[in-house]
Design a protein around this ligand. Structure first.
Ligand code: ADP
Ligand code: MG
Length: 647
């Protein structure tokens, strides 16, 4: 029979550490929380090697008396609660009395503290859980905690540590959450001798601006409501500032950052109809309620909490936001008039001329080679299901067998350049759209030709309505095509083919462009270098949060490389912790094709409409956009007759 033994404290602490201390970011969270609980006005965090070498937190809080130092580092020792009843009136961030003991069990920890009235500071050093004797030392009032060589005695844990950049990303995020909850406290963050954040005391909006940018801060809508003893205040962002993931949903409960599915759901509900699927609202919301109305003791890091009356909190959040949105002119706040849904506008707003370049690109991708600047003969309608009236159109001989994926492969770079130049010249001579110029020219040329034939004069094959839908007659009835969705699909498939063939056109930058990202984003960019390279975007780390872009997808030539990179990285991060590179790639393809496609509100020339319809035949699934929405609706003649009561 196996013998039962009580585990020694060192083992118990290591087990506890396993729960609370997952990585350097957890250490920072626990130490800074202690500083805040001690009433500090200023907290300075210094780290080396993403926190794996050193984490130092210096505060100007109340300090710990010398005779209490050893106790502070003992497990289950706390000054914050006395008995079990206190668990239901916790007003501090900590109360489990476990953090310092846990950290000390898996690192070399030095705790130095000097209370306001003490002449000297006292220092206690603990190595892997074993304490050295107390030492008096100099130092300012407050507490300094240094944690070196995290997990030096737990090799398994150490193995789970990721790159410096990744750890730094987590660490910055942990500090961001605390800094957002305590805007009146001065925070600094130093990494490897570089000042990453200096956040002077300010109000909530200033703090958000300092951490996440003025642009976002300016878009915030302030929220305030109080019902009985639950108060809600803070900000939500205008729908135009939505994100592809929920990472910027900051919810705080009594000063503590929490994740709560039900509240996230309420938030999503409040934005329903304002955001496209797959887009998430941004918020900074603080809930205050009596400590007794919530149990924070359900999760070791207190990330999740249990509300006594979750339903009430849910409906207060939803109700407050809905009322606010009804009384706010969300549209007017958007920087450009909405033509699609708010989120679509956001995607599109930044690509004023992308569609233009894209037509060129698409022509080269899908049409046969041209070296003479002529509009290429388009690959004719390859969809043979005979459903469309488009078949009435003259079908040019297929320039290459069937649905060959790479006619453009034959286009030499020189020829492509030449073609671009010609188009550009024409563009200068017209309204700026090379495509239009080309169309105008070929139309007049055909007019002059005696044999131009009926084709050049025929009515457009489809009618564009509201600058977003194409209506075409089909043999069966009529078809309404979503121009953006269809173009997106065509580009998506073409691009995917190129990516899989390893033949994406990329544009080399003469001088690599440094792009500043958030720490976690920079880490993700570097970690996913290979995936990005497949898309034609070459990046390398440049230290800290800067990433160097040396080339980027030619397809997105009209966008700033920095913007392209940011969007791609955002998409990668949205993929979760361990994104499967194929999935990520696919998401990125979606994103690029969405950005590159003609948008809602784009007036198309007859030639452009023609091209779009012709290219449709090349797509394997032209019935759905890459997100699964239909690209066209079909109304049969029978349906129409029925509606008009003719049968
Ligand atoms: P908890 O925060 O849950 O009480 P900790 O292990 O984090 O547990 O800290 C133990 C005790 O050490 C705290 O209750 C507090 O009294 C003291 N302490 C820790 N850090 C500080 C600090 N920065 N300033 C003042 N006191 C501190
Ligand atoms: Mg604590």
């Amino acid at each position: 029979m196996p013998t039962i033994r009580q585990l020694p404290p060192s083992v118990v602490n290591k087990i506890a550490a396993g729960e609370v201390i997952e990585r350097p970011a957890s250490v920072v969270k626990e130490l800074v929380e202690n500083s805040l609980d001690a009433g500090s006005r200023r907290v300075d965090v210094t780290v080396e090697q993403g926190g794996t070498e050193l984490i130092r937190v210096v505060d100007d809080g109340c300090g710990v008396a010398p005779e209490q130092l050893e106790l502070a580092l003992a497990s289950h020792a706390t000054s914050k609660i006395i008995d079990a009843d206190d668990l239901f009136r916790v007003a501090t961030l900590g109360f489990r009395g476990e953090a310092l003991a846990s950290i000390a069990a898996v690192s070399r920890l030095t705790f130095r503290s000097r209370p306001v009235d003490a002449p000297l500071a006292t220092e206690l050093e603990v190595v892997g859980g074993a304490a050295e004797p107390l030492r008096p030392t100099g130092g300012p009032c407050g507490t300094t905690v240094e944690v070196r060589n995290l997990f030096f005695n737990t090799p398994v844990r150490q193995k789970f540590l990721r790159t410096t950049q990744t750890e730094m990303g987590h660490l910055t995020e942990a500090l961001t959450r605390l800094a957002l909850a305590h805007p009146h406290v001065h925070f600094t963050l130093n990494h490897g001798g570089r000042l990453i954040h200096d956040l002077p005391p300010g109000d909530a909006r200033q703090r958000i601006a300092a951490l996440l940018g003025q642009d976002l801060a300016d878009s915030l809508i302030s929220i305030e409501s109080a019902e009985d003893d639950i108060s809600l205040q803070g900000f939500v962002a205008n729908p135009t500032h939505s994100r592809p993931n929920n990472r910027l949903q900051y919810l705080f409960l009594n000063g503590r950052f929490i994740r709560d599915r039900s509240l996230q759901h309420a938030l999503g509900e409040a934005y329903r109809g304002l955001l496209l699927t797959g887009r998430f609202p941004v918020c900074f919301l603080h809930l205050q309620m009596p400590a007794a109305a919530v149990d924070v003791n359900v999760h070791p890091t207190k990330l999740e909490v249990r509300f006594q009356d979750g339903g009430r909190v849910y409906s207060q959040l939803l109700g407050t936001l809905r009322t606010k949105f009804l009384s706010t002119d969300l549209i007017a706040r958007a920087s450009n008039p909405p033509s699609g849904s708010a989120a679509d506008d956001e995607i599109m707003a930044s690509t004023p001329s992308a569609s233009q370049g894209l037509w060129d690109w698409a022509k080269r991708q899908l049409g046969p080679a041209t070296g003479d600047g002529q509009v290429p003969e388009f690959v004719p309608f390859a969809d043979r299901d005979q459903r469309s009236a488009l078949q009435l159109h003259r079908v040019a001989p297929l320039p290459f067998g069937g649905r060959s994926p790479a006619p453009h492969a034959s286009l030499s770079p020189l020829a492509a350049d030449e073609a671009n130049r010609n188009l550009a010249d024409d563009a200068a001579a017209s309204d700026g759209n090379p495509f239009r110029a080309e169309y105008a020219r070929s139309a007049t040329e055909r007019f002059d030709e005696p044999h131009a034939g009926i084709e050049s004069l025929r009515a457009p094959r489809a009618l564009q309505i509201h600058n977003r839908y194409l209506v075409a007659e089909t043999e069966e009835g009529l078809e309404v095509i979503d121009q953006h969705a269809l173009h997106e699909r065509i580009l998506y498939e073409a691009l995917r083919e190129r990516v899989l063939a390893g033949a994406v056109e990329s544009q080399r930058l003469l001088v690599p462009e440094p792009v500043d990202l958030a720490a976690s984003e920079a880490a993700a960019a570097v970690e996913n270098r290979e995936v990005l390279a497949k898309l034609g975007m070459e990046v390398e780390g440049f230290g800290g949060e800067t990433v160097l872009v040396s080339s980027y997808p030619a397809m997105l030539a009209n966008l700033a490389p920095a913007e392209v990179l940011r969007t791609l990285v955002e998409q990668i991060l949205a993929g979760g912790k361990t994104p499967d590179s194929r999935d990520v790639l696919d998401e990125l393809l979606h994103m690029i094709s969405c950005k590159a496609a003609v948008k809602y509100g784009d007036r198309l020339t007859p030639q452009e409409i023609e091209t779009l319809l012709e290219q449709r035949g090349l797509a394997q699934d032209h019935h759905h956009c890459p997100h699964g929405r239909p690209t066209a609706l079909i109304f049969t003649r029978e349906q129409l007759d029925r509606q008009f009561k003719r049968i």
